[in-house]
Design a binder for this molecule. Structure first.
Ligand SMILES: *Cc1c(COP(=O)(O)O)cnc(C)c1O
Length: 410
C-alpha cells in the first residue's frame, strides 16, 4: 500500500513535494501503528525480567532484533541497538580502533564517506592513528586496485560505505571486505542508505561491522543498529557508553523500545517490499531524468548510473548561477550540491571528490525518491526545475551553446 504525501495522514495540508529521502524519510504508518502501544500500555523496561511488563518489552525487542538481522543477512545475536548510524559509526570505528590499537595504527577509508565516518576518523587522527582517505573515480566508485595497494599489515580497519548519501553510488562491499581480510584488517560499512533499499548479505559477504539508521528506511529518528560479527571471527570492540551492561555491554542505557520496535517493523516491511519497490523507484527515476533532459539542455549526472541506489538522482545544470537555484525551488524539498545557496559556500566533499567543478556543484540537485513518491510528483518536480533553470540561464543561451553530457556519465 502506497500513499502520496498528500494522502498521508500526517500531511493533510499542502506541502512542498518531498524528494529528499536521503536526508530522512517519513515513518511508514504501519511502523507507527506497531510502535504506538510501546509508548503507553506496553511501556516496560526490557531489562526488567521479573515481571510481565519487562518480559513483554524484552519479547518485542527480541522480535525486532530478528527482523533487523533478517534484512541484513546476519544473526540476531549480531545486532546491537543504538540511537542511529552516527552512533553506530562512532562505536564501530572508535571501538575497534581502541580495542586493537596494539595491532596497528592505520585506518583506510574513502573521501566520500558520511561526515559521521570522516569526523570519527579525524578524531582518531588527533589521537595518533593514521587515516588513509582513498579517492574515488569520476563515477564515484572505489577502485579495488587502489584499495588493495592501500591495505597492509598495519591496517586495523577498512571502512567503506555501501551506498553514498549524495550520489547513491554503490561500492563493491564483498570484494572490499575480502581485501581487508587478506591483510588481517577488520571491515566496516556504513549501510545507512543501503539497508532496506538493496539486498544485503553481510554474513556471506564477510562484513564485520555495519551501521544502520531507522529514519532512512521509514522508521523513527533516534533509532538504529550496529551489526557486529560474532563468529569466524568474533569481532571485539571497546564500548563508548558504559553503564548497565545493556546490549552485551556494548551500548549501555535503557533500550528505546518504541524506536527498536519501529526499526524492526521497518526492516520487515522493507524485506517484503524491497524488490517490487526498487523496480517502481527505478522507473520513477527514469521518468524524472527524462522529464529533466527533455526540457533542459546541459544536464550532467553525477555518479555511476549502473552501480546506484534505485531512488537516487544527482544532477548538475550547466550555465546557471547556483545561488538562485535552491531559493527558486522553494516549493520542492530537495538538497543542494553545496552546503548553502551562496557563491562562497564550499561544494560538498563528495562532488569535489568526483571532480565536479565548484560552480557546477553549486548548480546541483540531489533527488531522493521515496516509498510515497508518485509519478505525478515526479512530473511536477521536473516541470518546476525546468522552469527555474530556464529562468536562471542568461537569455539567449540555448541548446546550441550548452551541450548535454548525460551520455558521458552512464
Ligand atoms: C543519515 C546517515 C547517517 C547518519 O544517520 P543518523 O541515524 O541520522 O545518525 C550516516 N551515514 C549515512 C550514509 C547516512 O545517510
Amino acid at each position: 500500500m502506497f500513499y502520496s504525501l498528500g494522502e498521508y495522514p500526517l500531511f493533510n495540508v499542502k506541502r512542498p513535494i518531498y524528494l529528499d529521502s536521503h536526508a530522512t524519510t517519513p515513518v511508514d504508518p504501519r511502523v507507527l501503528e506497531t510502535m504506538l502501544p510501546f509508548f503507553t500500555e506496553r511501556f516496560g523496561n526490557a531489562s526488567s525480567r521479573t515481571h510481565a511488563y519487562g518480559q513483554d518489552a524484552a519479547a518485542a525487542v527480541r522480535t525486532a532484533r530478528e527482523e533487523v538481522a533478517s534484512l541484513l543477512g546476519a544473526g540476531a545475536r549480531e545486532i546491537v541497538f543504538t540511537s542511529g548510524a552516527t552512533e553506530s559509526n562512532n562505536i564501530a570505528i572508535k571501538g575497534l580502533a581502541h580495542a586493537r590499537r596494539d595491532r596497528g595504527r592505520t585506518i583506510v577509508t574513502t573521501e566520500i564517506e558520511h561526515d559521521s565516518v570522516l569526523d570519527v576518523c579525524g578524531a582518531l587522527e588527533r589521537e595518533g592513528f593514521e587515516i588513509v582517505r582513498l579517492p574515488v573515480s569520476r563515477d564515484g566508485l572505489l577502485s579495488l586496485d587502489i584499495l588493495e595497494r592501500a591495505v597492509d599489515r598495519s591496517t586495523l580497519l577498512v571502512s567503506v560505505m555501501a551506498a553514498n548519501n549524495e550520489i547513491g553510488v554503490l561500492q563493491p562491499i564483498a570484494e572490499a571486505a575480502r581485501i581487508a581480510h587478506a591483510s588481517g584488517a577488520v571491515f566496516h560499512s556504513d549501510i545507512a542508505q543501503a539497508a532496506g533499499k538493496i539486498p544485503l548479505a553481510l554474513g556471506e559477504w564477510g562484513v564485520d561491522l555495519a551501521s544502520v539508521s531507522a529514519h532512512k528506511l521509514y522508521g523513527p529518528k533516534g533509532a538504529g543498529a550496529l551489526y557486529i560479527r560474532r563468529q569466524r571471527p568474533r569481532i571485539e570492540i571497546q564500548p563508548i557508553v558504559e553503564g548497565g551492561g545493556h546490549e552485551g555491554g556494548l551500548r549501555s542505557g535503557t533500550l528505546n523500545v518504541p524506536g527498536i520496535v519501529g526499526l524492526g517493523r521497518a526492516c520487515a516491511i522493507a524485506r517484503d517490499e524491497m524488490a517490487a519497490e526498487a523496480d517502481r523507484l527505478a522507473a520513477l527515476r527514469v521518468r524524472l531524468l527524462d522529464g529533466l533532459t527533455s526540457r533542459i539542455d546541459g544536464v550532467s549526472i553525477n555518479g555511476s548510473m549502473s552501480a546506484r541506489l534505485p531512488h537516487n538522482l544527482n544532477v548538475s545544470f550547466e550555465g546557471i548561477e547556483g545561488e538562485g537555484l535552491m531559493l527558486a525551488l522553494g516549493d520542492l524539498a530537495v538538497s543542494p550540491g553545496a552546503a548553502c545557496a551562496s557563491a562562497t559556500d564550499a561544494p560538498s566533499h563528495v562532488l569535489r571528490a568526483i571532480g565536479v567543478p565548484a560552480a557546477l556543484a553549486r548548480a546541483t540537485i540531489r533527488f531522493g525518491l521515496s516509498r510515497f513518491t508518485t509519478a505525478e510528483e515526479v512530473d511536477e518536480a521536473a516541470q518546476r526545475v525546468a522552469r527555474v533553470v530556464h529562468h536562471l540561464r542568461p537569455s539567449g543561451q540555448s541548446s546550441r551553446t550548452v551541450n548535454s553530457s548525460v551520455q558521458n556519465s552512464a
